[in-house]
Each structure stands twice: as C-alpha cells, then as structure tokens.
Design a protein around this ligand. Structure first.
Ligand code: MRU
Length: 351
C-alpha cells in the first residue's frame, strides 16, 4: 500500500499519528482537509507532503464551480496558497504545487476545456506520485553502493516509505543494501519531539526484517566515538544551492558528531528537494511548531515539565555543507564542491 494514494475521487493517506499502534487510513475529500492533514502531520515527510498537496489541488479542481480556465486557475491558486502555508521548510511541497499549476495553466490551458483541465490536474498529481516511487528506487540503487556488509549506520527521523509515496529516501538506501544481501544494522535515533524514528522507522524496519536498535538522540555521539557506528544517513527537506541541508531537528548535532569522528555523513534526497533560489542554508525558513509537542512528554505517568513551563520547538535545523560527505540523488552521488556538483546533477548546465 502506498502512503498517499487516490481512490474514488478522494485522497487516501496512511495516518502517521496512529502508527505503530494501528494502521489506519484517513480519507480527504476537500483540499482544506488535505491542508489540515499536512499541518497535523497525519501525512509527513517532504516527498509525501508534496504528493499529498498535488492531490489536494486535484480535489480543489473537483470542488471548483468555475466555468472557464481563468476561474479554475483563480480557485486553484487560492488552494495552492492554503496548501503551501501548511509547512514552510520542505520545498517539495511548494515544488509539487507549482509543478501542477504550471503543467495545467502554462502548458495546456489554451487548447483544453475546463473539464479537461480538471482531469489534467489529477493526471499531473498522479504523475508526481508515480515518479516519486521511481525516483526513490533509483536513489536507493545509487546509495546502496555506499554501504558495506557489516556496517552499523545511524539513521535520523523517518525517511522510509512513510515519508514518501513509497520506498523512501535514506531508509530506501538501507533497504536496498539489505535486499542485496549486505548485513546492515541500524541505530534508529528516536527523533524527539515527535518520535518519527522510534515510532515510524522502527515500525518499517520490523516489516523489512532489518536488524535495528532504537537509541535516544543524545546517544549518537557515543556510538560514533566508540566506533560502534560507522556511517550516518538521513534525508533532507530542503537543500540550498551550496549544499547546506535542512532536515529534521537534531541532524546538525548528529553530523557534527560524525564529522568529529571521521564517519561519512550521507543525505539522500531527490533533486526536487534542491532549492537553487537560496544561496545558503541560512535563508531556509525553519518551521516552528507548538510548544506542547515538546512539553507533552510523560515520565512515570506524569507530565515531565512543571506547570507553566515554556518550550522552543524548531522542527528542522540546517547542517552546513562542510559536514556532508555526499548527497545521494536519483541521478547519482554528488560530492563537494556542492555549489558546482548540484547544478550539474540537476542538469542546469552542460557537462
Ligand atoms: O517533520 P517531518 O516528519 O515531516 O520531517 C521529515 C524529515 O525531516 C525527513 O527526514 C525529510 O522529510 C526527508 S526524508 C523523506
């Protein structure tokens, strides 16, 4: 089953708030419901929210009562604004929304009836979803070459099938290496505060039969320093033109610890995650989420923080390019200097 799929004129999502306790499907019938599902992290992970938002536009097209292309375009642009506002850091979301609008209104609108345009919105959303699966498999094929039989790797957040339409980014690389017969052991960062590692990555690794142990985020440095982990893998929510990587909060500290111990650091992401409009990671907008995600934690059945405690909750941080050994894309493995190699891999200049 895909994480994000279209059936009976509605968008179906695996409810990631319920896992690993139960596998439930949420059905969205309006674009506003899709926006809410993204905001509440019912669906999460950069490529997954991109595909979900694209299908959100398909729902907006069905909802629209417009009788001409201009009216449909105005309705879809309003829906696009709502969808894009939900989560600001992962560029895949804006990328997918813009791609749908461009494909329908810039390349098609002259020749098509308004009903055909509605269908074109859905067709483009479906293409984005299908391509994501293919892209992830290609990345996995490239990235698996970086893993050796017997490696123990530290993995941050959830980058698996659940974070994408299917297969995953960094976890897809681990899965491919495992399927190739390499013995890979995964130390799963639990990933405070939403615990995507302990809940979702561990659940996926159980399905794939890949050996793993959960560690708290603050244990990673110890395992790297003592040589019990040799490599670090994570995804990306946005990569600036110079190779700075925005990813789940905690990635920066993990990369620092790896760098200090000479362990390679690999970010695995499709080229749709690269934002060439931003020169460096300091320009990437960082989502701040509700304090309660940090304060809700319990110990011995009691809330840990005293009444009245306040918290900070940036959902992402930026790892400078100098700490990244390589970025794995669907077109191959990219190494420093990233300001040159990323442009080449995205096909922006002739080789
Ligand atoms: O807040 P989330 O759970 O959406 O954050 C997800 C991540 O940070 C992933 O590592 C990232 O999207 C890349 S993996 C597909």
């Amino acid at each position: 089953m895909r994480t994000v799929f279209w059936e009976n004129d509605s968008l179906h999502l695996i409810d990631q708030r319920r896992l690993p306790g139960s596998l439930e499907i949420v059905v969205c019938r309006t674009h506003a419901e899709v926006a809410e599902a993204i905001r509440t992290m019912t669906v999460r992970g950069a490529p997954a929210i991109g595909a979900a938002a694209a299908f959100g536009l398909a729902l907006a097209a069905l909802e629209s009562r417009a009788r001409d292309a201009a009216g449909l375009r105005a309705d879809l642009e309003a829906a696009a604004r709502l969808l894009k506002e939900t989560r600001p850091t992962a560029v895949n979301l804006a990328w997918a929304v813009d791609r749908v609008l461009e494909s329908v209104f810039v390349r098609l609108s002259v020749s098509k009836s308004v009903d055909d345009l509605r269908l074109s919105v859905l067709a483009e959303a479906q293409r984005i979803a299908d391509e994501d699966v293919e892209t992830n498999r290609r990345m996995a094929g490239h990235g698996a070459a970086l893993l050796e039989d017997g490696d123990t790797v530290i993995h941050h957040c959830n980058t698996g099938a659940l974070a994408t339409v299917d297969w995953g980014t960094a976890l897809g690389v681990i899965r491919m290496a495992h399927e190739q017969g390499k013995r890979i052991h995964v130390l799963v960062d639990e990933t405070r505060p939403r615990l995507q590692g302990a809940r979702l990555t561990a659940w996926e690794l159980e399905q794939y039969g890949i050996p793993y142990e959960i560690i708290t985020d603050n244990m990673a440095g110890h395992f790297l320093r003592t040589g019990q982990a040799q490599k670090v893998l994570f995804g990306a929510d946005r990569i600036a033109a110079n190779g700075d990587v925005a990813n789940k909060i905690g990635t920066y500290m993990l990369a620092l610890a790896a760098h200090d111990n000479g362990a390679p650091v690999y970010s695995v992401a499709p080229t749709s995650t690269i934002d060439f409009s931003l020169a460096h990671g300091g320009l990437i907008p960082i989502e701040e989420r509700a304090q309660d995600e940090v304060l809700a934690i319990q110990f011995g059945g009691e809330r840990v923080a005293p009444a009245g405690a306040r918290a900070r909750n940036p959902a992402f941080d930026v790892t400078p390019a100098r700490l990244i050994t390589a970025i794995v894309t669907e077109h191959g493995i990219v190494r420093p200097p990233f300001d040159v190699s990323l442009i080449k891999v995205a096909g922006k200049v002739n080789r």
